[in-house]
Design a binder for this molecule. Sequence first.
Ligand code: KG4
Ligand code: ZN
Length: 385
Amino acid sequence: MSDVAPISSARTATTETAPTSGGPRILAIESSCDETAAAVLDGTRSLLANVVHSQVSIHAEYGGVVPELASRSHVRMIDKVVQDALAQSNTSLEELAGVAVTQGPGLVGSLLVGLEYGRALAWSRNLPLLPVHHLEGHLYAPFIGRSEGSAEPGWPFVGLVVSGGHSSLYHCKAPGVYEELGRTLDDAAGEAFDKISKRLGLGYPGGATIDRLARSGDPKAFRFPRPMMHSKNYHFSFSGVKTAVGTALDKEETELTGQRLNDFAASFQAAVVDVLVAKTVDAAEEVGVERIVLTGGVASNSQLRSQLEAAASARGIALVVPPPALCTDNAAMIGAAGYARLYAAIQAGEGFESAHLNARASWPLGRRSPLQKPLERGVRRGPKS
Ligand code: KG4
Ligand code: ZN
Protein backbone atom coordinates (compact mmCIF):
# COMPACT_ATOMS: atom_id res chain seq x y z
CA MET A 1 0.00 0.00 0.00
CA SER A 2 1.58 3.31 -1.04
CA ASP A 3 1.62 6.18 1.42
CA VAL A 4 -0.79 9.02 0.96
CA ALA A 5 0.72 12.51 0.98
CA PRO A 6 0.24 14.32 4.28
CA ILE A 7 -2.52 16.95 4.06
CA SER A 8 0.14 19.61 4.22
CA SER A 9 3.35 17.83 3.34
CA ALA A 10 5.94 20.23 4.74
CA ARG A 11 3.93 20.68 7.89
CA THR A 12 3.52 17.13 9.06
CA ALA A 13 3.03 17.58 12.75
CA THR A 14 4.92 15.67 15.36
CA THR A 15 3.06 15.64 18.66
CA GLU A 16 6.30 14.68 20.38
CA THR A 17 7.83 18.08 19.63
CA ALA A 18 4.87 20.17 20.74
CA PRO A 19 4.40 20.64 24.49
CA THR A 20 1.52 18.61 25.88
CA SER A 21 0.84 21.38 28.42
CA GLY A 22 2.28 24.61 29.80
CA GLY A 23 3.38 25.96 26.40
CA PRO A 24 2.24 29.09 24.57
CA ARG A 25 -1.54 29.42 24.26
CA ILE A 26 -3.58 29.15 21.11
CA LEU A 27 -7.19 30.01 20.41
CA ALA A 28 -9.21 27.57 18.27
CA ILE A 29 -12.47 28.24 16.45
CA GLU A 30 -14.95 25.71 14.97
CA SER A 31 -18.06 26.68 12.98
CA SER A 32 -18.38 24.06 10.23
CA CYS A 33 -21.98 23.03 10.94
CA ASP A 34 -24.39 23.83 13.76
CA GLU A 35 -22.06 24.42 16.71
CA THR A 36 -20.29 27.73 17.31
CA ALA A 37 -17.25 26.77 19.35
CA ALA A 38 -14.03 28.25 20.72
CA ALA A 39 -11.29 26.77 22.88
CA VAL A 40 -7.98 27.78 24.41
CA LEU A 41 -5.14 25.26 24.78
CA ASP A 42 -1.59 25.54 26.10
CA GLY A 43 -0.43 22.22 24.66
CA THR A 44 -1.67 19.43 22.43
CA ARG A 45 -3.28 17.72 25.43
CA SER A 46 -4.01 20.65 27.69
CA LEU A 47 -7.39 22.30 27.41
CA LEU A 48 -7.91 25.55 29.34
CA ALA A 49 -11.40 26.43 28.04
CA ASN A 50 -13.91 24.73 25.76
CA VAL A 51 -17.05 26.72 24.90
CA VAL A 52 -19.74 25.31 22.60
CA HIS A 53 -22.95 27.03 21.58
CA SER A 54 -25.28 24.43 20.07
CA GLN A 55 -27.93 25.42 17.53
CA VAL A 56 -29.99 22.25 18.02
CA SER A 57 -33.04 24.18 19.26
CA ILE A 58 -32.96 26.39 16.12
CA HIS A 59 -32.97 23.44 13.71
CA ALA A 60 -35.13 20.98 15.67
CA GLU A 61 -38.45 22.02 14.12
CA TYR A 62 -37.03 21.43 10.61
CA GLY A 63 -35.70 17.95 11.44
CA GLY A 64 -32.21 18.85 10.20
CA VAL A 65 -29.69 21.67 9.89
CA VAL A 66 -30.91 24.65 7.80
CA PRO A 67 -27.71 26.19 6.33
CA GLU A 68 -28.95 29.81 6.21
CA LEU A 69 -30.14 29.72 9.82
CA ALA A 70 -26.85 28.09 10.83
CA SER A 71 -24.69 30.88 9.34
CA ARG A 72 -26.86 33.61 10.87
CA SER A 73 -26.59 32.05 14.30
CA HIS A 74 -22.79 31.72 13.94
CA VAL A 75 -22.59 35.45 13.10
CA ARG A 76 -24.63 36.29 16.20
CA MET A 77 -22.67 34.01 18.55
CA ILE A 78 -19.06 33.89 17.38
CA ASP A 79 -17.76 36.93 19.26
CA LYS A 80 -19.45 35.94 22.54
CA VAL A 81 -18.22 32.35 22.31
CA VAL A 82 -14.62 33.46 21.66
CA GLN A 83 -14.72 36.07 24.45
CA ASP A 84 -16.13 33.45 26.84
CA ALA A 85 -13.32 31.02 26.00
CA LEU A 86 -10.68 33.72 26.56
CA ALA A 87 -12.29 34.80 29.84
CA GLN A 88 -12.74 31.25 31.17
CA SER A 89 -9.09 30.47 30.49
CA ASN A 90 -7.98 33.85 31.83
CA THR A 91 -6.16 34.51 28.57
CA SER A 92 -5.45 37.92 27.05
CA LEU A 93 -4.93 38.39 23.30
CA GLU A 94 -1.27 39.28 24.04
CA GLU A 95 -0.72 35.76 25.35
CA LEU A 96 -1.82 34.01 22.16
CA ALA A 97 0.73 32.37 19.87
CA GLY A 98 -1.71 31.43 17.11
CA VAL A 99 -5.31 31.05 16.00
CA ALA A 100 -6.48 27.64 14.73
CA VAL A 101 -9.63 27.57 12.64
CA THR A 102 -11.66 24.93 10.81
CA GLN A 103 -11.11 25.49 7.08
CA GLY A 104 -13.45 22.68 5.96
CA PRO A 105 -15.27 20.54 5.09
CA GLY A 106 -18.71 21.79 6.11
CA LEU A 107 -21.41 24.32 5.26
CA VAL A 108 -19.66 27.09 3.38
CA GLY A 109 -21.62 29.95 4.98
CA SER A 110 -20.93 28.53 8.44
CA LEU A 111 -17.24 27.89 7.77
CA LEU A 112 -16.76 31.44 6.50
CA VAL A 113 -17.96 32.96 9.77
CA GLY A 114 -15.29 31.20 11.86
CA LEU A 115 -12.60 31.55 9.21
CA GLU A 116 -13.08 35.30 8.70
CA TYR A 117 -13.34 35.96 12.43
CA GLY A 118 -10.13 33.99 13.00
CA ARG A 119 -8.40 35.65 10.07
CA ALA A 120 -9.26 39.16 11.33
CA LEU A 121 -8.13 38.34 14.86
CA ALA A 122 -4.88 36.74 13.66
CA TRP A 123 -4.16 39.67 11.34
CA SER A 124 -4.84 42.27 14.02
CA ARG A 125 -2.40 40.58 16.44
CA ASN A 126 0.10 39.48 13.79
CA LEU A 127 -0.47 35.83 14.71
CA PRO A 128 -0.29 32.74 12.51
CA LEU A 129 -3.68 31.51 11.30
CA LEU A 130 -3.64 27.71 11.45
CA PRO A 131 -6.10 26.06 9.04
CA VAL A 132 -7.41 22.69 10.28
CA HIS A 133 -9.36 19.94 8.51
CA HIS A 134 -12.50 19.25 10.55
CA LEU A 135 -12.05 15.46 10.38
CA GLU A 136 -8.40 15.71 11.37
CA GLY A 137 -9.73 17.57 14.40
CA HIS A 138 -12.07 14.67 15.25
CA LEU A 139 -9.09 12.29 14.97
CA TYR A 140 -7.13 14.43 17.47
CA ALA A 141 -9.89 14.40 20.09
CA PRO A 142 -8.56 11.36 22.02
CA PHE A 143 -5.23 13.13 22.57
CA ILE A 144 -6.82 15.90 24.65
CA GLY A 145 -6.56 15.27 28.37
CA ARG A 146 -7.21 11.67 29.33
CA SER A 147 -9.85 9.44 27.77
CA GLU A 148 -11.27 8.10 31.02
CA GLY A 149 -11.95 4.38 31.11
CA SER A 150 -10.45 4.08 27.68
CA ALA A 151 -7.08 2.88 26.38
CA GLU A 152 -4.21 5.38 25.94
CA PRO A 153 -4.19 7.02 22.51
CA GLY A 154 -1.14 6.72 20.28
CA TRP A 155 -0.13 6.48 16.64
CA PRO A 156 -0.77 4.63 14.39
CA PHE A 157 -4.47 3.82 14.70
CA VAL A 158 -7.63 3.23 12.69
CA GLY A 159 -10.13 6.04 13.26
CA LEU A 160 -13.88 5.70 12.79
CA VAL A 161 -15.52 9.13 12.58
CA VAL A 162 -19.31 8.77 12.83
CA SER A 163 -21.54 11.82 13.10
CA GLY A 164 -24.56 13.48 11.52
CA GLY A 165 -22.44 14.50 8.53
CA HIS A 166 -19.70 11.87 8.30
CA SER A 167 -19.08 8.14 8.45
CA SER A 168 -15.47 7.54 7.50
CA LEU A 169 -12.70 5.11 8.33
CA TYR A 170 -9.08 6.27 8.34
CA HIS A 171 -5.71 4.68 8.72
CA CYS A 172 -3.99 7.34 10.81
CA LYS A 173 -0.33 6.52 10.28
CA ALA A 174 1.33 9.49 11.98
CA PRO A 175 0.31 13.04 12.84
CA GLY A 176 -0.75 14.66 9.56
CA VAL A 177 -0.58 11.41 7.55
CA TYR A 178 -3.98 9.84 6.96
CA GLU A 179 -5.34 7.38 4.45
CA GLU A 180 -9.06 7.12 3.92
CA LEU A 181 -9.99 3.44 4.00
CA GLY A 182 -13.71 3.93 3.47
CA ARG A 183 -16.60 6.36 3.73
CA THR A 184 -20.34 6.35 3.40
CA LEU A 185 -21.58 6.33 -0.16
CA ASP A 186 -24.88 7.97 0.85
CA ASP A 187 -26.22 8.85 4.32
CA ALA A 188 -24.00 9.29 7.36
CA ALA A 189 -24.77 6.99 10.32
CA GLY A 190 -26.06 9.87 12.48
CA GLU A 191 -28.21 11.07 9.58
CA ALA A 192 -29.82 7.61 9.42
CA PHE A 193 -30.54 7.75 13.18
CA ASP A 194 -32.03 11.24 12.79
CA LYS A 195 -34.21 10.33 9.80
CA ILE A 196 -35.59 7.21 11.46
CA SER A 197 -36.22 9.19 14.62
CA LYS A 198 -38.18 11.73 12.60
CA ARG A 199 -40.29 8.94 11.02
CA LEU A 200 -40.98 7.51 14.46
CA GLY A 201 -42.01 10.95 15.73
CA LEU A 202 -39.16 10.97 18.25
CA GLY A 203 -37.76 14.41 17.34
CA TYR A 204 -34.38 15.76 16.18
CA PRO A 205 -31.62 14.86 16.70
CA GLY A 206 -32.78 11.33 17.40
CA GLY A 207 -29.66 9.21 17.98
CA ALA A 208 -29.68 9.47 21.76
CA THR A 209 -33.44 8.74 21.97
CA ILE A 210 -33.18 5.65 19.76
CA ASP A 211 -30.19 4.51 21.83
CA ARG A 212 -32.24 4.86 25.04
CA LEU A 213 -35.30 3.01 23.69
CA ALA A 214 -33.11 0.28 22.20
CA ARG A 215 -31.74 -0.60 25.66
CA SER A 216 -35.11 -2.20 26.49
CA GLY A 217 -35.67 -3.67 23.02
CA ASP A 218 -34.97 -6.94 21.22
CA PRO A 219 -32.50 -6.33 18.35
CA LYS A 220 -33.72 -9.49 16.60
CA ALA A 221 -37.43 -8.59 16.64
CA PHE A 222 -37.27 -7.01 13.16
CA ARG A 223 -34.92 -8.17 10.44
CA PHE A 224 -33.25 -5.25 8.65
CA PRO A 225 -30.48 -5.46 6.03
CA ARG A 226 -26.78 -4.88 6.81
CA PRO A 227 -25.78 -3.05 3.59
CA MET A 228 -22.27 -3.66 2.25
CA MET A 229 -21.41 -5.77 5.30
CA HIS A 230 -19.68 -8.33 3.10
CA SER A 231 -18.44 -6.02 0.34
CA LYS A 232 -14.73 -6.28 -0.22
CA ASN A 233 -14.04 -2.70 0.78
CA TYR A 234 -14.51 -0.44 3.79
CA HIS A 235 -17.22 1.81 2.43
CA PHE A 236 -20.62 2.12 4.10
CA SER A 237 -24.17 2.68 2.88
CA PHE A 238 -27.06 3.48 5.22
CA SER A 239 -29.81 4.66 2.88
CA GLY A 240 -30.91 1.04 2.25
CA VAL A 241 -31.47 0.44 5.98
CA LYS A 242 -33.46 3.66 6.10
CA THR A 243 -35.68 2.50 3.21
CA ALA A 244 -36.16 -0.98 4.70
CA VAL A 245 -37.06 0.53 8.05
CA GLY A 246 -39.52 2.91 6.36
CA THR A 247 -41.17 0.01 4.50
CA ALA A 248 -41.49 -1.98 7.72
CA LEU A 249 -43.04 1.05 9.40
CA ASP A 250 -45.57 1.44 6.57
CA LYS A 251 -46.73 -2.12 7.23
CA GLU A 252 -47.49 -1.42 10.88
CA GLU A 253 -51.23 -0.97 11.33
CA THR A 254 -51.00 1.21 14.39
CA GLU A 255 -48.46 3.71 15.64
CA LEU A 256 -45.50 2.01 17.28
CA THR A 257 -45.46 2.38 21.04
CA GLY A 258 -44.16 0.60 24.15
CA GLN A 259 -42.24 -2.63 23.76
CA ARG A 260 -42.77 -2.80 20.00
CA LEU A 261 -41.23 0.67 19.59
CA ASN A 262 -38.26 -0.40 21.74
CA ASP A 263 -37.84 -3.57 19.63
CA PHE A 264 -38.00 -1.52 16.44
CA ALA A 265 -35.38 0.95 17.71
CA ALA A 266 -33.10 -1.90 18.85
CA SER A 267 -33.41 -3.72 15.51
CA PHE A 268 -32.61 -0.58 13.47
CA GLN A 269 -29.70 0.31 15.73
CA ALA A 270 -28.30 -3.24 15.48
CA ALA A 271 -28.31 -3.05 11.66
CA VAL A 272 -26.20 0.13 11.69
CA VAL A 273 -23.91 -0.96 14.53
CA ASP A 274 -23.20 -4.45 13.11
CA VAL A 275 -21.84 -2.94 9.87
CA LEU A 276 -19.78 -0.22 11.59
CA VAL A 277 -18.22 -2.73 13.99
CA ALA A 278 -17.44 -5.44 11.42
CA LYS A 279 -15.78 -3.06 8.96
CA THR A 280 -13.81 -1.18 11.60
CA VAL A 281 -12.23 -4.23 13.23
CA ASP A 282 -11.54 -5.82 9.84
CA ALA A 283 -9.81 -2.62 8.72
CA ALA A 284 -7.75 -2.37 11.93
CA GLU A 285 -6.67 -5.98 11.59
CA GLU A 286 -5.83 -5.66 7.92
CA VAL A 287 -3.65 -2.57 8.30
CA GLY A 288 -2.15 -4.04 11.47
CA VAL A 289 -2.75 -1.37 14.12
CA GLU A 290 -3.09 -1.94 17.86
CA ARG A 291 -5.68 0.80 18.45
CA ILE A 292 -9.04 1.92 17.15
CA VAL A 293 -10.30 5.45 17.85
CA LEU A 294 -14.08 5.92 17.82
CA THR A 295 -15.21 9.54 17.55
CA GLY A 296 -18.01 11.85 16.30
CA GLY A 297 -21.49 12.29 17.82
CA VAL A 298 -22.56 8.68 17.15
CA ALA A 299 -19.60 7.49 19.28
CA SER A 300 -21.94 8.14 22.24
CA ASN A 301 -24.07 5.19 21.14
CA SER A 302 -23.95 2.63 23.93
CA GLN A 303 -24.36 -0.41 21.68
CA LEU A 304 -21.69 0.79 19.26
CA ARG A 305 -19.22 1.37 22.09
CA SER A 306 -19.79 -1.97 23.81
CA GLN A 307 -19.93 -4.06 20.63
CA LEU A 308 -16.83 -2.40 19.16
CA GLU A 309 -14.96 -2.82 22.45
CA ALA A 310 -15.80 -6.54 22.52
CA ALA A 311 -14.99 -7.17 18.84
CA ALA A 312 -11.72 -5.22 19.03
CA SER A 313 -10.54 -6.91 22.20
CA ALA A 314 -11.34 -10.34 20.71
CA ARG A 315 -8.70 -9.49 18.10
CA GLY A 316 -6.24 -8.01 20.58
CA ILE A 317 -6.98 -4.40 19.58
CA ALA A 318 -7.59 -1.57 22.09
CA LEU A 319 -10.49 0.85 21.72
CA VAL A 320 -9.98 4.55 22.51
CA VAL A 321 -13.09 6.75 22.87
CA PRO A 322 -12.80 10.44 23.80
CA PRO A 323 -15.26 11.76 26.40
CA PRO A 324 -18.67 12.63 24.81
CA ALA A 325 -18.05 16.41 24.91
CA LEU A 326 -14.95 15.93 22.74
CA CYS A 327 -16.68 13.46 20.36
CA THR A 328 -19.34 15.93 19.22
CA ASP A 329 -18.26 19.04 17.33
CA ASN A 330 -16.01 21.29 19.43
CA ALA A 331 -13.06 23.65 19.03
CA ALA A 332 -10.74 21.81 21.45
CA MET A 333 -10.08 19.12 18.84
CA ILE A 334 -9.35 21.81 16.22
CA GLY A 335 -6.93 23.39 18.68
CA ALA A 336 -5.12 20.10 19.34
CA ALA A 337 -4.55 19.52 15.63
CA GLY A 338 -3.64 23.20 15.10
CA TYR A 339 -1.20 23.16 18.01
CA ALA A 340 0.73 20.21 16.61
CA ARG A 341 0.83 21.91 13.21
CA LEU A 342 2.11 25.19 14.65
CA TYR A 343 5.01 23.43 16.30
CA ALA A 344 5.89 21.46 13.20
CA ALA A 345 5.95 24.70 11.22
CA ILE A 346 8.11 26.46 13.80
CA GLN A 347 10.58 23.59 13.67
CA ALA A 348 10.63 23.66 9.89
CA GLY A 349 11.10 27.44 9.94
CA GLU A 350 7.87 27.94 8.01
CA GLY A 351 5.37 30.74 8.21
CA PHE A 352 1.62 30.60 7.65
CA GLU A 353 0.06 32.45 4.76
CA SER A 354 -3.48 33.47 5.57
CA ALA A 355 -4.40 36.15 3.03
CA HIS A 356 -5.62 33.68 0.43
CA LEU A 357 -6.99 31.00 2.71
CA ASN A 358 -10.54 30.13 1.73
CA ALA A 359 -13.25 27.92 3.20
CA ARG A 360 -13.38 24.43 1.64
CA ALA A 361 -16.93 23.08 1.75
CA SER A 362 -15.85 19.82 0.17
CA TRP A 363 -12.40 18.59 1.19
CA PRO A 364 -11.63 14.88 1.27
CA LEU A 365 -9.06 13.84 3.86
CA GLY A 366 -6.44 11.29 2.88
CA ARG A 367 -8.14 10.18 -0.31
CA ARG A 368 -5.64 8.90 -2.83
CA SER A 369 -7.33 10.42 -5.83
CA PRO A 370 -10.72 11.99 -6.49
CA LEU A 371 -11.24 9.20 -9.03
CA GLN A 372 -10.31 6.51 -6.55
CA LYS A 373 -12.38 3.40 -7.08
CA PRO A 374 -13.65 1.54 -4.03
CA LEU A 375 -10.61 -0.25 -2.65
CA GLU A 376 -10.76 -3.93 -3.36
CA ARG A 377 -9.65 -5.66 -0.24
CA GLY A 378 -9.72 -9.19 0.96
CA VAL A 379 -11.85 -8.84 4.09
CA ARG A 380 -11.29 -11.53 6.66
CA ARG A 381 -14.01 -12.57 9.06
CA GLY A 382 -13.97 -14.07 12.50
CA PRO A 383 -11.59 -13.81 15.44
CA LYS A 384 -7.84 -14.06 15.11
CA SER A 385 -6.68 -17.66 15.07
O1 KG4 B 1 -20.74 15.16 15.91
P1 KG4 B 1 -22.12 15.68 16.05
O2 KG4 B 1 -22.47 16.41 17.30
O3 KG4 B 1 -22.49 16.68 14.91
C1 KG4 B 1 -22.29 16.44 13.58
O4 KG4 B 1 -23.15 15.81 12.97
O5 KG4 B 1 -21.24 16.89 13.07
O6 KG4 B 1 -23.10 14.43 15.84
C2 KG4 B 1 -24.49 14.55 15.94
C3 KG4 B 1 -25.07 13.23 15.53
C4 KG4 B 1 -26.58 13.29 15.36
O7 KG4 B 1 -26.91 12.68 14.15
C5 KG4 B 1 -27.10 12.50 16.56
O8 KG4 B 1 -28.34 11.86 16.32
C6 KG4 B 1 -25.99 11.49 16.75
O9 KG4 B 1 -24.80 12.23 16.53
N1 KG4 B 1 -25.99 10.91 18.10
C7 KG4 B 1 -26.20 9.59 18.34
C8 KG4 B 1 -26.16 9.44 19.74
N2 KG4 B 1 -25.92 10.65 20.31
C9 KG4 B 1 -25.79 11.55 19.28
N3 KG4 B 1 -26.42 8.58 17.50
C10 KG4 B 1 -26.60 7.35 18.04
N4 KG4 B 1 -26.60 7.13 19.37
C11 KG4 B 1 -26.38 8.13 20.26
N5 KG4 B 1 -26.36 7.87 21.58
ZN1 ZN C 1 -17.91 16.83 13.14
